[in-house]
Design a binder for this molecule. Structure first.
Ligand code: AMP
Length: 637
């Protein structure tokens, strides 16, 4: 048996041979003639000349051997729905959706924006796009009108697929009014809108623009829509992610490289196999949902579970009931979800037969030792941390236990995955070779198959944002600090940019700041991520106002605070809502006017902000400290 070291070495030193082997995990309509074209770094083209289709690999190719096997199980603890679609059912539904989408004028290369709750039609829509070569762009259903509008303007979709509403913890979230508002805010000509009406909220259709899925579905039931064979480098989808600026980036992915990367990861990392069941609790709006709810498990011929609802409703045992009911072998979730579950540790939440479960994979944010130990004890199964990003599409650091079993180390996601030339560099850009020294995690180009191809429509932004040169090589920055131990295991030490991670969701502080700045009485704002026991980090806002009279007195301040929070919720969505809003007289800045967000963050977390020589007015820091940790009233200790 190959050792992991040897497997990894081959992936780096003999990439053509290595990836040719992996490419056999998927079907090709036409073989490729070049494994990797890196003639124009940092742009990498994988499997050049090969023709394939993601939907064929996820659905059609399984029909013969497993047409009657469950492909998709859609469970909603919100509506009580629990529906199983076999591969044959899925094939039919996807073709119907593809026929509908085509009837609305969408052809290969067009973009389709999907703004949907966790319902099977969202998966049909993604696969239908892949089938006809349309590029989908799923926008997380938790985002509100302004976030959605900026993504609509950027994506310029020919079609938007949406629904009347989602539901969270019993609360109906009407999507249609948010979409209508977003389309009014957007500056592009309105695209067609396809609405799936679940009967949860009023969703009046606008004549000439909106069409009802239910009506078209009847028309196209039984349609046969063949897969469009795409060159491996044709884009399969774009997915927005936050960065340092207020405008999210559309991470674009290819077709063939992504299919190979997912098939390989399902085998080597997630230990999936045809006929087994995978349950990833993420949302289709995030990269984890794209890779490990939809495409990965289906490409691997597994049954995948799509879950709408909270991990704690009707009770905190709901996910474990599903593990028993569907014989889940691999489960993928986030540390925050496990911490939420831990709050219910005195309830009989694990009282199910969990014998089918082989591994629990957790990702998206740092996995703290107490959480990892608690869930490892409760399940008696290996807990595998994995570190990656929207940009990578599959894990960068973890353990490839499908290749060789390696021990976990609490606090570390593990080792560099095959194909990723992971390195650490110091502030001067020099490579760190010794163990134990903190550096920026970078990856040698070319990035392996499945990773970001470019920022959609903006090659220059892709190069400028992520790439630098080091000793003549192109290196990709992850924007994460890390440290490596003597066994080669990496430990994550936080972001090096203004991105925060709340409950495993990546948010740009700039986006939240811009939303708050839209409030008429706000003069300046700084948003920072502050450590939180449950969510990992939460956003905290510091605001200076134009008219201080509006915040005079506790009531005035409370009203203004509510106004600001409501604004963020309405424009960006509840996930971006700061946990606290503090009114201060001034914000700390450098002499050149740059906001000292990291200094504010240190104060909030009770850390020493260090020696700040560039600060314009040190008194401002004292005021921030008092806003966060108000001094006890005189006479009380
Ligand atoms: P996203 O692109 O939304 O998946 O966010 C990616 C970022 O989340 C990474 O750059 C890290 O900062 C953080 N992250 C993801 N997985 C982990 C992990 N296992 N441990 C620590 N941080 C993580």
């Amino acid at each position: 048996m190959t050792t992991y070291n040897e497997f990894y070495r081959r992936s780096i030193e003999e990439p053509d041979a290595f990836w040719t082997e992996q490419s056999a995990l998927i079907d090709w309509q036409q073989p490729f003639d070049r494994v990797c074209d890196y003639d124009r770094p940092p742009f990498a083209k994988w499997f050049v000349g090969g023709r394939t289709n993601l939907c064929h690999n996820a659905v059609d190719r399984h029909l013969e051997a497993r047409g009657d096997q469950a492909a998709l199980v859609a469970v909603s603890s919100e509506t009580g729905g629990e529906t199983t679609f076999t591969y044959r059912d899925l094939h039919a539904e996807v073709q119907t959706m593809a026929a509908i989408i085509r009837s609305l004028g969408v052809t290969s290369g067009d973009r389709v924006l999907i703004y949907m709750p966790m319902i099977p039609e969202a998966v049909f829509a993604m696969l239908a796009c892949a089938r006809i070569g349309a590029v989908h762009s799923v926008v997380f259903g938790g985002f509100a009108s302004a976030s959605l509008a900026s993504r609509i303007d950027d994506a310029k979709p020919s079609l938007i697929v949406s629904a009347d509403a989602g539901s969270r913890g019993g609360r109906i979230i009407a999507y249609k009014p948010l979409l209508d508002e977003a389309l009014e805010l957007a500056s592009i000509a309105p695209p067609k809108v396809l609405i799936v009406d679940r009967g949860l909220a009023e969703a009046p259709l606008r004549a000439g623009r909106d069409v009802a899925y239910a009506v078209l579905r009847k028309l196209f039931l039984g349609a046969s829509v063949p897969c469009v064979w795409l060159e491996s480098n044709a884009p399969s989808y774009t997915l927005y992610t936050s960065g340092t600026t207020g405008t999210p980036k559309a991470v674009q992915r290819d077709t063939g490289g992504y299919a190979v990367a997912l098939a390989a990861s399902m085998k080597h990392i997630f230990r999936g196999a045809p006929g087994k069941t995978f349950f990833c609790t993420s949302d289709i709006g995030w990269v984890v949902g794209h890779s490990y709810i939809v495409y990965g498990p289906l490409v691997a011929g597994m049954t995948t579970i799509l879950y709408e609802g909270l991990p704690t409703k009707p009770d905190a045992g709901i996910w474990w009931r599903l593990v028993e009911a569907y014989g889940v072998s691999g489960m993928f979730s986030s540390p925050t979800a496990i911490r939420v579950m831990k709050q219910h540790e005195n309830e009989p939440i694990f009282d199910y037969d969990l014998s089918s479960l082989e591994n629990l994979f957790l990702a998206g944010e740092p996995l703290d030792a107490p959480t990892a130990e608690w869930i490892a004890d409760a399940l008696g199964k290996p807990i595998i941390d994995n570190y990656w990003q929207t940009e990578s599409g599959w894990p960068i650091l973890t353990l490839a236990n499908g290749v060789e079993q390696k021990g976990t180390k609490f606090g570390s996601p593990g080792l560099p995955m095959y194909g990723y030339g992971v390195r650490l560099i110091d502030e001067a850009g020099e490579e760190i070779t010794e163990a134990g020294r903190k550096g920026l995690i970078v990856i040698d180009g070319p990035l392996p198959p499945g990773c970001i191809q470019t920022v959609a429509d903006d090659d220059a932004r892709f190069v400028a944002t992520y790439w630098s040169t080091m000793e003549g090589r192109h290196v990709y920055s992850t924007f994460d600090w890390g440290v490596r131990d003597e066994d080669g295991y990496y430990f994550l030490l936080g972001r090096a940019d203004d991105v925060i991670n709340t409950a495993g969701h990546r948010l740009g502080t700039r986006e939240i700041e811009e939303s708050i700045l839209g409030h008429s009485n706000v003069a300046e704002v700084a948003v920072v991520g502050v450590g939180d026991a449950l969510k990992g980090q939460v956003a905290v806002a510091f605001v200076t106002v134009k008219d201080p009279r509006a915040i005079a007195g506790a009531e005035g301040a409370a009203r203004q605070r509510q106004d600001i929070l409501k604004r963020v919720e309405r424009t960006l969505g509840a996930i971006a809502r700061p946990a606290e809003v503090h009114f201060v007289a001034a914000l700390p800045k450098t002499r050149s006017g740059k906001l000292l967000r990291r200094t504010i963050q240190a104060i909030c977390e009770g850390r020493d902000p260090g020696n700040i020589t560039t600060i314009e007015d040190p008194g401002v820091l004292q005021a921030i400290a008092e806003a966060v940790h108000p001094p006890a009233p005189a006479g009380r200790r």
